[in-house]
Design a protein around this ligand. Sequence first.
Ligand code: PGA
Length: 257
Amino acid sequence: MSRPRTPVIGGNWKMNTNTESSRALAEAVGEGCRSIDGVEVFVCPPFPYLRRVGGALKDAGGGVALAAQDVWHEPDGAFTGEVSAAMLLDCGVSMVLTGHSERRHVIGEDDGLINKKTIAALNAGLSVVLCIGETLDQREKGETDAVNERQLRAGLNGVTPEQMASVIVAYEPVWAIGTGKTATPEDAQDAHTKIRDVIGDLYGADIAAATRIQYGGSVKPGNAAELFSRPDIDGGLIGGASLKADDFLAIIRSATG
Ligand code: PGA
């Protein structure tokens, strides 16, 4: 089966690993990716390990991109604890997540802030993985598509058609993240189709057809292939299973399908 879009798999390490384990994990993933074609891969280590992980990925030679988990939208100044897009670029980062559900629901970021981060990152030349998804309560009320549409329109507000080439959308139902519960491939495909329709409404059919939409939420080696076989699921954003090189590589291989 030939796919219209190159699948993309991301490993979101969240607040895990240390100096040594981040290096070892990067090395193993990079080496494993040397023999895998037809899928793009990135990993998001914690900020303190970005440079080291970037070096290990480069040495391993598997073409794995270095991504950050977050960014602040101002270029510099009095923003204690924050990290700018220019600082990320300076550390060799080429991609960044915005709108991850833990930033929305644990840290309290809203659509406005997520939009500012998305714009700042794109304007600086970073690619962005814009994460969206409904909570369990919203799903039970039948609001899944409305929530996705609202988060997508708000997150992409002001993003130009040209910049859409540097945007990946990650659909991650909040109730599926880190819980062991996964959306069924049918439910995920249905959400992805609707998300693609919204992108089409905003940017036209060609850009909608070219934009990668990842699924995230308890993706494991055992369920990845079935999810990725659906026509509008262009890979995945992986949390827990990305911390074990063997599991992550198995998930990456299942996207080559
Ligand atoms: P999970 O996390 O794979 O551990 O559910 C996914 C994510 O948060 O991106």
